[in-house]
Design a protein around this ligand. Sequence first.
Ligand code: ZN
Length: 246
Amino acid sequence: MGLLRNSLCALSLVAASASNAATLLEPTLHLKPQGAEGGGGRVALTLDACGGKTDTRILSALVDNRIPATIFVTGIWLKRNAEAVEIMRAHPDLFELENHGGRHIPAVDTPQKIYGIRSAGSPDAVQAEVQSGAAALAGAGGPAPKWFRGATAEYSPSAIAMIRRLGFKIAGFSVNGDGGSLLGAKETARRIGAAKDGDVIIAHINQPTHAAGEGVVQGLLALKRKGMTFVRLDDAEGIGNDGTTD
Ligand SMILES: [Zn+2]
């Protein structure tokens, strides 16, 4: 009976938190397709640096193969990865650094957990996450960020409106390349290698021990062999849904 009661309690807790939780949006982002005029097509590679370290397999491959990328960095990551930041800053033609928040806290203004990560939980906390991420980038000496992507890439609709008012476009994606860096190398390579004209790819550059990073490199090289052009978000008119770019 004790066990049954405990599980019923657990169930009612789940129900209570679900009813208070905001409906979350995971916006998409596409580039205007290049179409027939443009040859092999173009894609945008976006890489999140949530926290942790730098996957130098990916960073070296981007430099060696001259593949441009938009890197979404947090304040936490910037502080711990000065060497990688220096390499990115040394190649301003390749790397655009954008805002992934100060502390990698989901931009959701109601208290809830997303993939086990506690949300910002209030409008003020969302604003602090966005502005502290921008301040960290400014402190690292680069151009002011124009794009924001929140931790987990999920948002409450009211948080999206606030981030737009703060002056940022919100970077969704159209190809989930590495499944939060948890996929194997083969599946990651397959997903990225299958990107089509106009796609925006998301993957991670902060998990050097994960097999996914090897797949990111393989997938990118496959796209390059097919004649795909890589662009950064500041080079292309990205079109997002859910009010993220308009
Ligand atoms: Zn992240």
